[in-house]
Design a protein around this ligand. Structure first.
Ligand code: ADP
Ligand code: ZN
Length: 813
C-alpha cells in the first residue's frame, strides 16, 4: 500500500510513501512521520493508493495539473524510489477527510502546493509535534489525611499513634505516596503545620473539586508549600486538561467592561427580540433553504443596520436543532465585535472562535474542541473555513465583499469562495451577507445562480444617514489650499460635541504626511527598497519617514538628498495629521486614532474600541478599520476626509472598493435612537462611486460598474490570473515576464481563448529590493488559464521561487 502525504513545506506537492509490511495503513487525515531528504517531518495522509502511481491520474479530475507551477511531482517517482513511512501518529483521521479534500482542492485551484495549505488545517502546536499538546493545569485537592491533620491543627485530637510513628521514623527517607507506614512517617516528619500550610489546607477543605495551583498562588500560597503538602500526602495534585477560553468574558458576566472589544451594549438577548417584518420574511426564506438540506448559496443583501446578525443567529439555531453544525466567517473578529459575543450568548459553551489574534495555545484548544465534536458553531476569520467541523449544515460569510477574505500570501485563497466549495461538498447552505456585495456575488444573484434575500430597511425604521458631499475644490478656493477639515465637517463635529454625541472620521491613509517633496528639484524621498515614497510619521523630535511596504525607516533629512537644497516640504496627509487638526480645531474634545500604527501594542485595539463604546472618546479618526461592522449607537456623524483616496489606484476594483468603503462607513452613523449624518469630502464630487455611495444606491452602482466590467472584460465577465515575476534587475523581471507571456500565448495559439496582458512593470514596480513585472491573463475558463500558465512555468524551473501566481486576484499591485 502507498499513501500520498502532504507535508507543511512550501512549494511541495503530494509525496508518495510506502506503508511498511506489518504497519497498519493509516486513515486519510491521519498524521504520519515521513523522511523528507535528510529531515523527518510530520504530514497528513491525503490519499491511499494501491500503486505508487507513476501513471495515476489526478483523483477528482477537477484540475488537470495537480502540481503547481514548476514543482517537482514527487508522486510520480518510480516505485523503487519510494521511501517508507516511519510512523503513524493517529489511529483515525486527525483532520477530517473532507477537510483534507478541501485543502487539496484549494491548492489546485489557487495554484499552490498541497503542502502550502497544510498549516491552515492544523492547530498551531500539532504541526511538528507528535503529542496532542494541550495545556494542563495542576489542581490541588485535600486528602483524607490532610483533613485529619487539619482537624488536629484546629484542636481536634490527633489521630496518629505515637508508637507506630516512632518505629516508622527509623525508616525515614522512603518515598512518599506509597501509602501505609511511609506516609505516616513523612507526615510526622513535616512537623507542625506552618501558617501557610494550614491556610492552604483550610482553603482546600472548603471545596470538593480542588483549586487550581495558579489560583492558590494568587492567594499567596506558593508552589513549594503545595509541593510539600503533596509530598506528605495531605493533598493530591492532579493534572486537569484545560481548554483555554479565548472568550474574554464569560457568558452572563458584565459585558462591555472588559476592554476587549467584544463587549457590546447591554441589549436584549437575541432570541427574545421581536424580528421586524422584513427580518422575519428573510429568515423564513433562509430557513426553507436550509431545511432542504442540500447545497444552496443565498445572498443576504441587507443595508447597514438592517439586523443581519440577528438572522444569522436564528438560522444557526435552527440548523443546530436539526443536528447540523454552523461555520460563521467574519472578516476580522476584533473588528466585528458583535458576532462572537452574540453567538456566545445564544450557544454558550458550544461556540468556538478561530482567528489569528488568539495565542497558539488558545487556538489549539479551540481546534481540539471542534475536532472532538464539542462545538456546534465556529466563529472565525478566513482560515476557519478549514475548521475540523463535521456535519456542516450552514456556512455564513458575513461582509462577504471584504478584502480580508483573500489571503495575500501563498496559498492565495479567498475564504468566501472556499466556503462555497466546502458547502457544496457538504450539501450545506451558504449565506453571503453584505450591504455592499461584491460584483461577482451580486452578479450571481442577479443571474439566478444564487438566491437573493433582501433587507431594504434598517431595524425599527431608523433612517439611513443623510449624506452631504463637500466639494473640496470650493473649499480650497474659500479657505486656502491647505485645508483638511471642511467648514461643514468642523461645524458638524462641533455640534456633536455640544450634544455629547460621537463622531467618526475616516481617512484611508496612515501617517502624518504622505511624502516629503523638494521644492528645488521636485524630487521626493523614496524608499531605497521599494518604488514608493516614504511616509512621515510623528511630529517634532519623533518625526520619522517610513516605508509602508518594507518598514524601512529613516530620519527626515533637513536638506534634499538629491540636490542638497534646503527647501523640503511635507505634502499629503494621513490619519495622524487629521488627528492633530481635529485636536486643534476642537479644543477640549477627546480625540483618538484607530489605524494599524495605533494598535501595534497587543490589546490596544480592544482598549480603543472599548473606550469609544463607553463614551470615553468623542471623535475617533481612523482608516477603513473604523468602517467595519461596528455598531456604535451613539455615533451620529461620520466624516470622510478625501473620499477619493482609493480612486487613484491602478486597479480595476478601485471604484467598487470606494463605493463599498463609503457606504459602509456612512452606515456607522445613526444606528441608535438619533438619526445619523455623513459628510463626505472629495475633489471628485461627480464620480459615480462617490455619488451613488452617498445615495446608498447599490443597484445603480452595480449597473454602472457592470458596464465597465463588461467592456473591459473584467470579473464577473472574465476570470483573471495574475502572475508577478521578481528579479534583481528591472530588465530581468521584464524579460522573464515576457518569456512567460510568449509561452502562454503559444500554448493558447490554436484556440485563442485567452487574453494575455503584459509584460508590464507591476504597479509596485520595486518591492523590498526586487523588481517586479507582471502578466495578467483573462479568459472565460479559469482552468485553461491556470493550465497554460502552469505549463509555461513548468518550462522555467528557475522561476519557481521568483514567480507568484494569483488566481482571482483582488488587488493587482
Ligand atoms: P447589520 O449587520 O445588518 O448592519 P446588525 O445586525 O448589526 O446590522 O443590527 C443593527 C442593530 O439593530 C443592532 O444594534 C441590533 O442589535 C439591532 N437589531 C437587530 N434586529 C433588531 C430587532 N428586530 N429589533 C430591534 N433591534 C434590532
Ligand atoms: Zn520599502
Amino acid at each position: 500500500m502507498f499513501v500520498l502525504v502532504a507535508v507543511p513545506v512550501p512549494n511541495l506537492d503530494l509525496l508518495t510513501y510506502a506503508v511498511p509490511d506489518g504497519m497498519r495503513t493509516p486513515a486519510i487525515g491521519a498524521r504520519v512521520v515521513v523522511p523528507l531528504g535528510t529531515r523527518i517531518v510530520t504530514g497528513i495522509v491525503v490519499e491511499i493508493a494501491a500503486s505508487s502511481g507513476a501513471e495515476r491520474k489526478p483523483p477528482n479530475g477537477e484540475c488537470g495539473t495537480p502540481n503547481a507551477a514548476g514543482r517537482t511531482p514527487n508522486s510520480e517517482r518510480p516505485a523503487s524510489n519510494v521511501k517508507l513511512l516511519r510512523e503513524v501518529l493517529d489511529r483515525e483521521a486527525f483532520v477530517p477527510a473532507d477537510v483534507v479534500a478541501l485543502a487539496r482542492w484549494t491548492a489546485e485551484y489557487y495554484a499552490a502546493g498541497v503542502g502550502d495549505t497544510i498549516p491552515a488545517l492544523l492547530p498551531p502546536m500539532a504541526r511538528g509535534g507528535r503529542a496532542d499538546a494541550h495545556k494542563t493545569m495542576r489542581v490541588a485537592a485535600i486528602t483524607a489525611a490532610g483533613l485529619q491533620i487539619l482537624d488536629g491543627a484546629r484542636g481536634f485530637p490527633p489521630p496518629l499513634k505515637p508508637r507506630r510513628t516512632a518505629a516508622a521514623l527509623a525508616g525515614a527517607g522512603q518515598p512518599s505516596g506509597a501509602g501505609g507506614d511511609e506516609r505516616w512517617t513523612e507526615r510526622l516528619a513535616l512537623g507542625p503545620l506552618t501558617p501557610k500550610q494550614r491556610e492552604a489546607l483550610e482553603l482546600l477543605a472548603g471545596t470538593s473539586t480542588g483549586i487550581a495551583t495558579p489560583a492558590l498562588a494568587a492567594r499567596g500560597i506558593a508552589a513549594d508549600v503545595i509541593a510539600r503538602l503533596a509530598r506528605h500526602g495531605y493533598i493530591s495534585v492532579r493534572q486537569d486538561r484545560v481548554d483555554r477560553d479565548p472568550f474574554p468574558v464569560s457568558v452572563g458576566s458584565d459585558r462591555g467592561q472588559t476592554g476587549v472589544g467584544l463587549g457590546s451594549d447591554p441589549r436584549l438577548t437575541p432570541i427574545s427580540r421581536q424580528l421586524t417584518g422584513e427580518q422575519a420574511a428573510a429568515l423564513e426564506r433562509l430557513l426553507k433553504l436550509a431545511g432542504a438540506g442540500d447545497f444552496r448559496v443565498a445572498l443576504l443583501h441587507g443595508v447597514t443596520g438592517s439586523g443581519k446578525t440577528e438572522i444569522y443567529i436564528r438560522l444557526s439555531t435552527a440548523v443546530r436543532d436539526a443536528g447540523r453544525r454552523v461555520l460563521m466567517l467574519v472578516p476580522e473578529i476584533a473588528l466585528t465585535p458583535a458576532a462572537a459575543t452574540l453567538f456566545r450568548e445564544a450557544f454558550g459553551e458550544r461556540v468556538a472562535i478561530q482567528h489569528s489574534g488568539l495565542s497558539d495555545g488558545e487556538r489549539h484548544d479551540q481546534w481540539q474542541r471542534i475536532r472532538r465534536g464539542d462545538i456546534d458553531v465556529v466563529v472565525g476569520t478566513r482560515s476557519a473555513v478549514f475548521a475540523p467541523l463535521e456535519r456542516v449544515g450552514l456556512i455564513v460569510v458575513d461582509e462577504e465583499h471584504d478584502g480580508s477574505y483573500k489571503q495575500e500570501e501563498i496559498p492565495r485563497y479567498n475564504g468566501r469562495d472556499v466556503a462555497i466549495v466546502r458547502a457544496q461538498r457538504a450539501g450545506a447552505l451558504v449565506v453571503l451577507g453584505s450591504a455592499t456585495p461584491s460584483m461577482e456575488t451580486y452578479h450571481n444573484a442577479m443571474t439566478g445562480k444564487y438566491e437573493r434575500v433582501v433587507l431594504e430597511r434598517r431595524v425599527l425604521d431608523r433612517p439611513l444617514a443623510a449624506v452631504t458631499i463637500v466639494d473640496m475644490r470650493e473649499e480650497y478656493a474659500a479657505e486656502g489650499p491647505d485645508v483638511i477639515l471642511s467648514r461643514a465637517l468642523r461645524a458638524g463635529i462641533g455640534a456633536r460635541l455640544d450634544k455629547r454625541e460621537q463622531s467618526l472620521v475616516l481617512l484611508n491613509r496612515r501617517g502624518f504626511a504622505t511624502a516629503v517633496f523638494c521644492r528645488q528639484c521636485a524630487g521626493t524621498i523614496d524608499c531605497p527598497n521599494c518604488s514608493v515614497s516614504l511616509v512621515v510619521h510623528g511630529e517634532g523630535a519623533a518625526r520619522r519617514a517610513r516605508c509602508h511596504y518594507c518598514n524601512y525607516t529613516a530620519r527626515v533629512p533637513s536638506a534634499c538628498p538629491l540636490c542638497a537644497g534646503p527647501y523640503l516640504e511635507q505634502t499629503g496627509f494621513g490619519t495622524e495629521r487629521v488627528e492633530a487638526e481635529l485636536k486643534a480645531a476642537c479644543p477640549g474634545a477627546r480625540v483618538a486614532r484607530l489605524d494599524r500604527d495605533a494598535i501595534r501594542r497587543k490589546g490596544a485595539l480592544a482598549t480603543l474600541l472599548a473606550r469609544f463604546r463607553t463614551g470615553d472618546i468623542d471623535v475617533l479618526v481612523g482608516t477603513q478599520m473604523i468602517a467595519k461592522g461596528h455598531d456604535f449607537p451613539r455615533v451620529t456623524l461620520v466624516g470622510v476626509v478625501s473620499a477619493d483616496v482609493g480612486l487613484g489606484l491602478a486597479d480595476f476594483r478601485a471604484s467598487e472598493r470606494t463605493f463599498q468603503l463609503l457606504t459602509q462607513v456612512a452606515g456607522r452613523a445613526g444606528r441608535g435612537e438619533q438619526p445619523g449624518e455623513a459628510i463626505v469630502q472629495t475633489i471628485y464630487p461627480d464620480h459615480y462611486s462617490i455619488q451613488l455611495a452617498c445615495r446608498q444606491d447599490y443597484p445603480a452602482f452595480f449597473e454602472k460598474e457592470l458596464h465597465f466590467r463588461r467592456a473591459m472584460r473584467y470579473p464577473p465577465f472574465a476570470s483573471l490570473v495574475n502572475a508577478v515575476v521578481r528579479a534583481r534587475t528591472f530588465a530581468g523581471a521584464m524579460d522573464d515576464a515576457a518569456d512567460l507571456v510568449q509561452k502562454v500565448r503559444d500554448a493558447d495559439a490554436v484556440r485563442g481563448e485567452l487574453r494575455v496582458l503584459g509584460p508590464a512593470p507591476a504597479p509596485l514596480g520595486k518591492l523590498r529590493g526586487e523588481y517586479r513585472a507582471q502578466l495578467l491573463i483573462k479568459g472565460t475558463n479559469r482552468k485553461k488559464i491556470r493550465d497554460a500558465l502552469q505549463s509555461a512555468l513548468a518550462s522555467r524551473p528557475d522561476l519557481q521561487r521568483r514567480a507568484v501566481v494569483d488566481v482571482d486576484p483582488l488587488s493587482l499591485l
